[in-house]
Design a protein around this ligand. Sequence first.
Ligand code: HEM
Ligand SMILES: *[C@@H]1O[C@H](CO)[C@@H](O)[C@H](O)[C@H]1NC(C)=O
Length: 345
Amino acid sequence: MAVFSVTLRLVAITLLSATLSLAHPGFNFGWGGHGGIFGGSFGLFPEFYQFSCPQANDIVLSVLQKAIDKEPRIAASLLRLHFHDCFVQGCDASVLLDDSATIVSEKKSGPNRNSLRGFEVIDEIKAKLEEECASTVSCADILALAARGSTVLSGGPNWLLPLGRRDSKTASLSASNTNIPAPNSTLQNLLTSFNRQGLDEADLVALSGGHTIGMARCTTFKQRLYNQNGNNQPDETLDKSYYLGLKSVCPISGGDNNISPLDFASPARFDNTYFRLILWGKGLLTSDQVLLTGNVGKIVELVKSYAEDENLFFDQFAKSMVKMGNINPLTGFNGEVRKNCRRLN
Ligand code: HEM
Ligand SMILES: *[C@@H]1O[C@H](CO)[C@@H](O)[C@H](O)[C@H]1NC(C)=O
């Protein structure tokens, strides 16, 4: 009975969707939302562009593949962009807006300035999508698709990705400063920050595993090398030989923009070595290493289980990415589909 009614709902929605998409391209049931006429679970759904732009994901993947061939790190930069979008007013592409008469850009916030990358790749994807399906695929969905594509093309898991986000008409510099945790956060602070977004311990640990690819600047880990606790001593949880190597990349004065891999064993490969390195005291950021040393809830056990079993990590990462991607999306008549991700229509 339950199965039957779900099937019936899907059929009804598919038929309606086909009709409405023709009448109003891009409309696509965005109104599902909480307590909507479909009972609340159809706010975002994987087939959102099935009729209005079926080739959307292929376009994203082809631009990504070229960009990653040129510079493997770009996959990491794009994965991070989606995170920094979702933690600030939800996954609404607010992070992509440039300064303008009405917008104070999030690009200047502490966590983002001199740090976020990949905006040109998003521009290129958007331009191609506008050529093929004008005013249809939102910038917020492009960020979600690019994050998934970057994960897959780096060797990580794939997942069914709910779509249908719309783009904000606002940005929040202040929320960008307060909502995105600092690299020297305590484990309790990290968890509080994730809890505020509806994410739990397993999400925090699995999503931190995004640090299996990409780089960080010296300024984000310098404190650990020279003055971790205000006593002019290094972080004692750092492996000694790893510490010596980091000091050569990140001197006590200057060198702030020198970069080091978050997972030095395989910086361009999406795998579970990030967790194995943490077990050996070779996590780069304080926020990475405290997953082992911070002693909160079941977090240590999760780190160990992901270090041991890559499939377990991949499954949880996929689930947690969907959860993060569902943070407070704009749907229906809220927001807009920007033609250029950097500015309002
Ligand atoms: C748990 C809290 C987190 C903290 C404190 C944190 C902090 C940081 C910092 C400081 C950097 C280096 C930035 C720079 O030097 O310019 C970084 C890079 C990165 N972060 Fe996180 N992050 C967190 C969670 C996440 C999540 C949830 C994801 C995605 C699922 C993610 C993905 C990345 C990636 C891929 C990079 C490398 C980017 C690149 O190479 O361009 N991070 N993160
Ligand atoms: C983290 O770093 C910031 C900026 O460098 C600093 O002001 C703050 O005191 C540090 N927090 C901790 C817990 O060390």
